[in-house]
Design a protein around this ligand. Sequence first.
Ligand code: PLP
Length: 378
Amino acid sequence: MQILFNKPYITGKELYYISRAHEMGRLAGDGDFTANCHHWMEQNSGCSRALLTHSCTAALEMAALLLNIQPGDEVIMPSYTFVSTANAFVLRGAIPIFVDIRPDTLNINEKRIEAAITFRTKAIVPVHYAGVACEMDEIMAIARKHDLFVVEDAAQGVMSKYKGRALGGIGDLGAYSFHETKNVISGEGGALLVNRPDFVRQAEIIREKGTDRSRFFRGEVDKYTWQSAGSSFLPGELIAAFLWAQLQEAESITQTRLSAWNYYHELLAPLEALGLLRRPIIPTECQHNAHMYYILLPEQKDRQSVMDGLKAQQINTVFHYVPLHSSPAGQQLGRVHGNMTNTDALSAQLIRLPLWIGISQTQQERVCSILDNLLMNP
Ligand SMILES: *Cc1c(COP(=O)(O)O)cnc(C)c1O
């Protein structure tokens, strides 16, 4: 029997809320369901304002507009990330400056950031890989010292914490994803978390086509007009209705995923002890959300042969990012600072295992025993 890599989880209330939105006849964005989602994220993260967007990509693009990123500005980020982290800034003419990752969490190496700062640097974009937090205290201290903005790409970090603080709620801005492949989903979807009260008004304007329509709806102005450059970043109410069902279950979604994550961790401990793979490392200050379970193979091991071996037993696994600095666009549009040793080595050795709500312990045991066979008897 086939074991899928991912299976989107449905709470059961999505269609009910969608039908409610339909009955209320309010289908454009910023209706009651959007307000519920905003309120939930504000409560959960402590941000000044949460704004639903149609994707995390859109939230990152909003961030670049909000920070008034200009052509030639430099933005420091890991190369081991999804394309949207860089694209959002490239669209404004900025240059992504890639620095290497830490070997333990595969997050940006905070010790490498300061040396990459120039007079053109505008922002740092830490990416919380697998929902495990970057070293935010140090990153925030560097940013304050050099007067830089911090935009957290917390696409994978909904419900994760760093020293008790929600990811996305620590930098100046944070971006969430509710894409089908994440933990809490709405098909496509995302949010911008605005952590600085002085940015809230402009964020609302950018999201509403450059108008002050949000203030108009709250009765703060008697007509709305074009205020600045902006676009349409808000999702319709049907998406928000779906997401509301998911957010209400976010705690149980996280707990269920954590159980499956912990079970892999336990099952794979013996293989790690034999030096046949490395399991994820979670620093003590990070409470993660079990977004992903990955393994790292030893450098001499051929990853494709292991994935093929799993596939032959109907187990679907996937690798992850091709580092941006080695992609065609990354080479043309970005720049590397320092060596990329960990990025190059670790990205080539990583395999993500099936993890979704509903995967059984028996299925997880099968994944691990086949992995065991493949690694013990090459
Ligand atoms: C998923 C993801 C994104 C993009 O999210 P969308 O909602 O699909 O736009 C951006 N950055 C990271 C790190 C991601 O994992």
